[in-house]
Design a protein around this ligand. Structure first.
Ligand code: FES
Ligand code: FES
Length: 133
């Protein structure tokens, strides 16, 4: 199976790439399958994710899913963003080849880790947020 046009678009022109020095939350996750690393940075104001960026040392599918995940998360409330699954991200990209589905975990996991970090830093409850270390 080839990559969808949307995957190619987000791979060639990834949105929201870069480090955010003044982020309210930073999530870093590694992909157990391939060893690749993802960092997600979020800015939160009044419980809304107002800005988000990512940095990845991952493959093309990881780049495309991160790019799409940041677009989907931006403007959402923290609770809505927590519900973003890797499957939803892959669907927004019109699918990924099955062998590349694990790559999409990085984006959703990284986002959850960033929200977890934000909550810890602000003394909020992290109950129910699952992050892998
Ligand atoms: Fe692989 Fe979480 S990213 S276990
Ligand atoms: Fe590692 Fe895709 S092969 S994230």
């Amino acid at each position: 199976m080839a990559y969808s046009e949307k995957v190619m678009d987000h791979f060639m022109n990834p949105r929201n790439v870069g480090v955010m020095p003044d982020a309210d939350g930073v999530g870093e996750v590694g992909n157990a399958k391939c060893g690749d690393i993802m960092k997600i940075f979020i800015k939160v104001k009044d419980n809304i994710i107002t800005d988000i960026s990512f940095q990845t040392f991952g493959c093309g599918a990881a780049i495309a899913t991160s790019s799409m995940a940041t677009e989907l998360a931006k403007g959402k409330s923290v609770e809505e963003a927590l519900e973003l699954t890797n499957l939803a991200v892959a669907e927004a990209l019109d699918g990924l080849p099955p062998i590349k589905m694990h790559c999409s975990n990085l984006a959703a996991d990284g986002l959850r880790a960033a929200i977890y970090d934000y909550k810890v830093k602000n003394g909020m409850s992290t109950e129910g947020i699952e992050v892998c270390s």
